[in-house]
Design a protein around this ligand. Structure first.
Ligand SMILES: [Zn+2]
Length: 205
């Protein structure tokens, strides 16, 4: 099994609908899933979709518990969904910051359904179904979108929130803090992060 390169926005696999998996138990599917896990863990993601490693097949992996910084997720915290179908439970939406492995360094506020019903095939060929609420519901929607050629900016309703997540880069145009960082930029940074009241880095998936 191996760590694969992540495809970036503009790659054909990310911009077109993926094909259904014919045989969830095949060696090719099992090997694809192992590579997805290896790649996702190597980069610290909370989810990944097969098109993100260049494979146009309907397979996603999602963190199915709330994200806790004090407790890095383990493999058992993730679920593999083959040929998933999502249905919103109702019309209630929540908006939160999202990042994507395929748009490195960027984040934006994305509206998502708060609760969704899912059905999929599990890695053992059985049917997987249930309801996700909150963070896992967001990850599921983000990953399932990858199977339909949709990236999170295409779901955004306020494009002014699309930005670099690193406030130093955002405010100074530099990728890292300069040696003679001015106090006023410091203050601006403190305010920017306070105002937004956000986590340091959005979940990457
Ligand atoms: Zn993504």
């Amino acid at each position: 099994m191996s760590i694969r390169d992540i495809t970036l926005m503009g790659h054909p696999a990310l911009m077109t609908p993926a094909a259904p998996v014919d045989d969830p138990l095949s060696e090719a599917t099992t090997s694809l899933i192992e590579d997805m896990f290896d790649t996702m863990f190597a980069i610290g993601g909370v989810g990944i979709a097969a098109p993100q490693i260049g494979v146009s097949q309907r397979v996603i992996i999602c963190l199915m518990r709330e994200r806790k910084f004090s407790q890095p997720p383990e493999r058992d915290d993730f679920t593999v969904f083959i040929n998933p179908t999502l249905t919103p439970v109702d019309t209630e939406m929540v908006e939160g910051w999202e990042g994507c492995l395929s748009l490195p360094g960027m984040q934006g506020k994305v509206p998502r359904y708060k609760q969704i019903q899912y059905t999929a095939t599990a890695t053992d060929g059985s049917t997987l179904s249930g309801r996700a609420v909150g963070f896992p519901a967001v990850v599921l929607q983000h990953e399932a979108d990858h199977l339909d050629g949709i990236l999170y900016p295409m779901r955004m309703t306020d494009m002014s929130t699309l930005q670099y997540h690193d406030p130093v880069r955002r405010l100074t145009g530099r990728a890292s803090m300069a040696t003679s960082m001015e106090q006023e930029i410091d203050n601006e940074l403190a305010q920017a992060t306070d105002d937004d009241n956000r986590e340091q880095e959005p979940p990457l998936s």
